[in-house]
Structures are given as structure tokens and as C-alpha cells.
Design a protein around this ligand. Structure first.
Ligand SMILES: [Zn+2]
Length: 168
């Protein structure tokens, strides 16, 4: 059985988000549309090499490792969904750039039913080791800020996605 543990701050924030989400959309989530819907999603941990998901662009395909998905889901339920959407970002923007794929995914989720939940989950995950620098992503803290910024841009006139209070 999956043990779902949220930190209190996330719980409180999630609760505030859910209040604002219409009940009819409560079970929905982001799904690939248009040309992206035709991209095959293959469960294959050899292809991801320890990562949760990777993508190929020519021809487009996404590979997902269910073992890593389960590990992420156990501690940060919903964060695994962000990583899938991020791979669609690489394909949609036809880029290997991680920041562009991140921003695409943050905007896609910010505009989708329940998308805020997945963003909150992945931001929480990233903030666990905020200063571990990666040449492709920057630090997890920088990545979390990027997600917040892009999501806020998308929802400038809608919901606030960020856990930290901020004036607009
Ligand atoms: Zn990527």
C-alpha cells in the first residue's frame, strides 16, 4: 500500500487549491492533445537509464520507467505526472533544452484541471535537495522557481500556483 505523506504546508496549500477547482473537474488531469496524443509512451526502464522518463524527438516517443514512477509517487504523489508532461514539452517544442521543456510543462499543467497539484508536488520534491547543481537543469531550487514563474505567467489572471505568498 502506498504511504502518502504530505508535509503540512503542502497539505494546506493543496487544500486551498482544491477549494478553487470546480468539483466536476476534480478527477481530470492533463492529457496529450492533437499531434502529441499520437506520441507512443513506452514503459521501459532500460531506455530511461535510472531516470523517470526520457523522450526521443525524431521520431517522437516517450519512455517511462514504472519503477521510478512508483518511487516518486510514494513520497511526492503527482510529481511523476510532471515528469511525463515535461517529456511532451521536449517533443512539442522540438528541443533538448530542459528549461524550455520545464516551462512548457508548467504552463500546460497550470492551464489544466488539477494541474496545480502536480506542480506543487514536483516543487516540493525539488526543494528537498535545493542546491544540487546539474549542468542541464541548474539547481533544483532554480528549477522550482522556473516552474513557479512559468505557471504564474500562464495563470496570471487565474489561480496562484505558488506555495509562497506573493503580491502581484
Ligand atoms: Zn528533459
Amino acid at each position: 500500500m502506498v504511504n502518502r505523506r504530505f508535509r503540512p504546508v503542502v497539505l494546506a496549500f493543496l487544500a486551498s487549491l482544491l477549494v478553487l477547482v470546480p468539483a466536476t473537474r476534480a478527477s481530470a488531469q492533463w492529457v496529450a492533445q492533437g499531434a502529441l496524443a499520437a506520441v507512443p509512451v513506452v514503459m521501459n526502464c532500460n531506455e530511461t537509464r535510472g531516470d523517470v522518463a526520457v523522450s526521443r524527438r525524431h521520431p517522437p516517443a516517450i519512455y517511462v520507467c514504472p519503477t521510478v514512477v512508483r518511487l516518486i509517487r510514494k513520497k511526492y504523489p503527482g510529481a511523476e505526472h510532471f515528469y511525463l508532461v515535461h517529456e511532451y514539452g521536449h517533443i512539442a517544442e522540438d528541443t533538448a533544452d530542459e528549461a524550455i521543456a520545464d516551462c512548457w510543462a508548467a504552463k500546460a499543467l497550470a492551464g489544466a484541471p488539477n494541474g496545480g497539484r502536480y506542480l506543487v508536488a514536483v516543487i516540493e520534491l525539488l526543494r528537498r535537495r535545493p542546491d544540487e547543481r546539474s549542468p542541464r537543469y541548474g539547481t533544483p531550487n532554480e528549477r522550482a522557481e522556473r516552474l513557479r514563474f512559468c505557471a504564474e505567467e500562464e495563470r496570471a489572471d487565474a489561480l496562484v500556483v505558488v506555495p509562497t505568498p506573493r503580491r502581484r
